[in-house]
Design a protein around this ligand. Structure first.
Ligand code: MF3
Ligand code: CO
Length: 247
């Protein structure tokens, strides 16, 4: 799917709004004692103020606007009332919106207060891997080189890649073609073209890459309960490079 200049302008506005909402939610999330449900309410309120729609609520039955995934929770954490953020937690917030019929998707991870070098490295290297992938985005390059750059950076930092989930095309729908894995061989498959829009969303852990889904049917955790991190940006392929829309 190729998007026009006009559509990309709308996607850029959508990304800007999403980023603003997520930054506001993150500010409150950094206060120990805040519950994940408080964050859901805040996200919902801000989405209403902007007169836009949440992208996740109702998607395959997901019950909320926001995903709040703490520590060994990798993604799709439900914003439950009894999920209280405390000092030392690694918190990941994931939010999607629909603006003028176009979708935007973003996730961030941060540490609440101070933590060990190893844990800082997990969060830092996961964020960096997204940017290593970004540098491989330009028309004519293989999408698999983006995946390979993400994997290489994570593994060079002693982290395991979560392979069960991936980035995805986005725009008219939340999930579109192509799938954007966080691992892969160089120079294979799809070639990037100007106007493509997709997310990069590296997920990594200090432990093994095996995952489990909790009884709530949504929350994805590491099987060994080791800590994990997740970052996501929505990105467009321009004439020269990858442009982050969710800035
Ligand atoms: N950012 C995630 C994704 O792109 C969030 C989806 S949550 C869901 O898949 F509820 F919408 F599935
Ligand atoms: Co996504």
């Amino acid at each position: 799917m190729i998007y026009t200049k006009q559509e990309i302008d709308i996607l850029r506005e959508a990304g800007f709004i999403l980023s603003d909402i997520l930054e506001n939610v993150a500010t409150i999330a950094k206060i120990p004692g805040t519950s994940a449900y408080d964050l859901e309410i805040l996200a919902e309120t801000l989405i209403k103020e902007y007169k836009i729609e949440p992208a996740f609520k109702g998607y395959r039955g997901y019950p909320n606007c926001l995903c709040v995934s703490i520590n060994e929770e990798i993604i799709h954490g439900l914003p439950k009332k009894d999920k209280i953020i405390k000092k030392g937690d690694i918190v990941s917030l994931d939010l999607g919106i629909v603006y003028k019929g176009y979708y935007s998707d973003k996730a961030i991870t941060f540490i609440i207060g101070e933590r060990s070098r190893k844990i800082k490295k997990l969060v830092k290297a996961t964020l960096e891997s997204l940017f290593m992938g970004l540098l491989e985005i330009y028309p004519g390059n293989y999408l698999s080189n983006v995946s390979n750059a993400i994997q290489t950076h994570l593994e060079n930092n002693g982290l395991s890649v979560i392979k069960t989930f991936a980035g995805h095309g986005i725009g008219k729908e939340l999930h579109e073609f192509p799938l954007v894995p966080n691992y892969g061989n160089k120079d294979e498959g799809l070639i990037l073209k100007e106007g493509m829009v997709f997310t990069l969303e590296p997920m990594a852990t200090l432990g093994k890459s095996d995952i489990e889904i909790l009884d709530d049917g949504w929350t994805v955790v590491t099987k060994d309960k080791k800590l994990s991190a997740h970052f996501e940006h929505t990105i467009v392929v321009t004439k020269e490079e990858g442009e982050i829309l969710t800035i």
